[in-house]
Design a protein around this ligand. Sequence first.
Ligand code: M6R
Length: 365
Amino acid sequence: EKGGYEHFMLKEIHEQPDSLANAIRGRLDFDLGSAVLSGMGTSPRELAEISRVVLIGCGTSLHAGLVGEYAFEDLADIHAEVQQAAEFRYRNPIIANRDLVVAISQSGETADTLAAVREAIQKGAFVMSLCNVVGSTIARETGRGVYLHAGPEISVASTKAFTCQVAVLLMMALKLGRGRRFSREDGYKLAREIESIPELVARVITQDARIARIAEDYAKNEHAFFIGRGPMYPVALEGALKLKEISYIHAEGYHAAELKHGPIALLEQGTPIIALAVDIPGKDKTLGNVEECRARGARILGIVTEGDHETAECMDDYITIPRCHPLVATIPAVVALQLFSYHVARIRGCEIDQPRNLAKSVTVE
Ligand code: M6R
């Protein structure tokens, strides 16, 4: 059932071009330059009235929400914010009737997310879900939403669910953006970029053997820092979560600008810095932070854009992703980090599919 792969996690990473194609299929309308997400069940008037989007989730799904926050603001010109589901539940959230609450959960059973959904419904919000498991509790209770169609995710470490969540969030933002920020022509261009995601991810996966070799040099460390800016900031958080949960290396994700506000004190000779230095706005500033780390002896692994040789040269090691829209780039970038974490954990001999103390779905608050 692992299809010849050593672990479900590796199988699920490699499946991503297919799962993403399934998540995207039939959902782009090139004539209108928009997305068709019938499960959202919204009329054009309802869509036009949405004034704020609140994204809720836990763990990896929370990180997908953080990418979504950039997407809704940047593409759809709608105020968006992300809240950890348990926090949303207990802080007495302010909900107005033109707010859209999007609950993100692979399993659709996460207790904190479910409790937040119930709270939002009770407060009269317009709630929808983004789940993978069909008929799951969150999908049922929200009644509307968009399924990921990623296929069953067995490994505790979430991989294909994250990339499909981001792809669906981009399509939601595209749909909401048409009629607001987006002309048909711009919508068409973004739809084409979204259509190409499976191919972009496949190009990252072809570097698997190279990434496995790079991982050899990072597997002995006990600490690692992931840094990024803009949409690459949530990617840094997700990269750190992936590495810590499967390899037990203490890993932290930081906004690149935050390093010098404290964490830089931890850098020693050879401390790994994984820098999301993809060629998008803000890259030069991230490169400045990379230099600050290098001056303290850090070893730098860069995630860089194909053909950006100058940036690659600033790194001790690098993995490339194809050139694409900055928000779309979060998907191939995270796949590079999934493979890196997987190989580090494999080299360390960890229980990859069933890390200690973790369950696939967390059904207690
Ligand atoms: O099923 P959900 O998406 O609601 O699960 C949320 C988290 O428990 C989950 O993403 C967790 O963080 C993963 N182990 C991360 O790989």
